[in-house]
Design a protein around this ligand. Structure first.
Ligand SMILES: C[S@@+](CC[C@H](N)C(=O)[O-])C[C@H]1O[C@@H](n2cnc3c(N)ncnc32)[C@H](O)[C@@H]1O
Length: 324
């Protein structure tokens, strides 16, 4: 995944406005924060420096994760295209931009974000979008839209207010709601709890889950996926990173108003390849199990091409081409 060049340019322009020492410090503080836990509100940084560091260090990754989760939702929606979206705790708008890239018929984006510096950056990236300032906790109802997204936002809220925000988000979603969190044990526990609350509220699960029963992920393990993105040269310098790419680990759940065809099973680890053999770790909705696909199996070729996060067995698009 590559960020559109105009977004890369925007991020680099914003970074250039901050003295390099201050930017480096802000990036280091942000990295330390994301390796730990807690709200970004706890960071003591000049707001402009914090926003520039977020754009540089996190925006490409959250864009990639949102793009991957929304692309899977699109498959499940089977031709139903949202025309409007609501992005909760939108930051500089990565999830809304990913939604615009995935759903070409999306024309009305609404974003709720409490920090002015974040809204100001998002305003430049999303011309024509509607911005609502304020705290997610202060609304009785969010404006109804086809698609509602809470990307890396629910986990930032105090635990006591998460359920109320999630239920308001679900009430606002005419077609679907997507919750995305970091692909860590803590992020997954927020997603798993959201999944339970959504099922209690009568939602149908679209992805990644193959079924709507209790989540079979055992204690100590967590359901997560990876979105690979290219690092810009500035990002490599700020992270002192050698690799030209990074894998953003994320957990997510996509819920719909109507029931949709789900994946028969989901590949929940990177497939392991050995000569003549592919080992898949699958969630089939009832349990997490290993499947060995040998050279002689009819699904060997698709297994070799399969990737972490894909459905299994591969499904067929109406055109007849394989989707793995
Ligand atoms: C980790 S960032 C995620 C931003 C964006 N959704 C993304 O995926 O890149 C969380 C954002 O939620 C905002 N936020 C956190 N708590 C909020 C609240 N109670 N009301 C409104 N915004 C909030 C923060 O200001 C921050 O911009």
């Amino acid at each position: 995944m590559q960020l559109p060049p105009e977004i890369v340019q925007f991020i680099e322009d914003r970074a250039e406005r901050i003295p390099s020492g201050e930017l480096r410090q802000a990036c280091a503080a942000l990295s330390a924060h994301y390796r730990g836990r807690g709200s970004t509100a706890g960071l003591r940084l000049r707001p402009e420096a914090a926003a520039a560091a977020y754009l540089l260090m996190r925006f490409p990754a959250t864009y990639a994760a949102a793009h991957a989760a929304l692309a899977e939702l699109k498959v499940r929606l089977g031709g139903v295209e949202p025309a409007s979206s609501l992005d909760l705790g939108a930051g500089p708008g990565a999830a809304s931009l990913a939604a615009l890239a995935v759903f070409p018929q999306l024309t009305q984006c609404t974003l709720i974000e409490r920090l002015e510096t974040m809204r100001e950056a998002a305003r430049e990236l999303l011309t024509g979008a509607r911005f609502l300032a304020g705290d997610l906790n202060s609304w009785d109802n969010y404006p109804e839209q086809d698609l509602v997204i809470a990307a890396y936002a629910l986990g930032e809220l105090p635990e006591r207010s998460r359920q109320a925000v999630l239920i308001r988000a679900w009430r606002a979603a005419r077609v679907a709601l997507v919750v995305i969190e970091p692909g860590s044990p803590a992020g997954f526990s927020v997603v798993r709890q959201a999944r339970e609350w959504l099922l209690e509220a009568g939602a149908h699960l679209a992805a990644p889950c193959p079924a709507e029963g209790a989540c079979p992920m055992p204690a100590g393990d967590w359901c997560h996926f990876a979105a690979r993105l290219e690092r810009t040269s500035l990002l490599r310098r700020m992270k002192a990173a050698m690799l030209s790419y990074e894998d953003e680990k994320f957990s997510y759940v996509a819920a719909c108003r109507r029931d949709v065809p789900r994946a028969p099973a989901r590949i929940v680890r990177r497939p392991e390849h050995a000569p003549g053999l592919v080992q898949l770790v699958l969630c089939d909705g009832a349990c997490i199990r290993r499947e060995l696909v040998t050279r002689r199996a009819s699904l060997y070729k698709p297994a070799r091409k399969s990737a972490w996060g894909d459905s299994w067995p591969p499904e067929y698009k109406p055109s007849g081409s394989l989707r793995t």
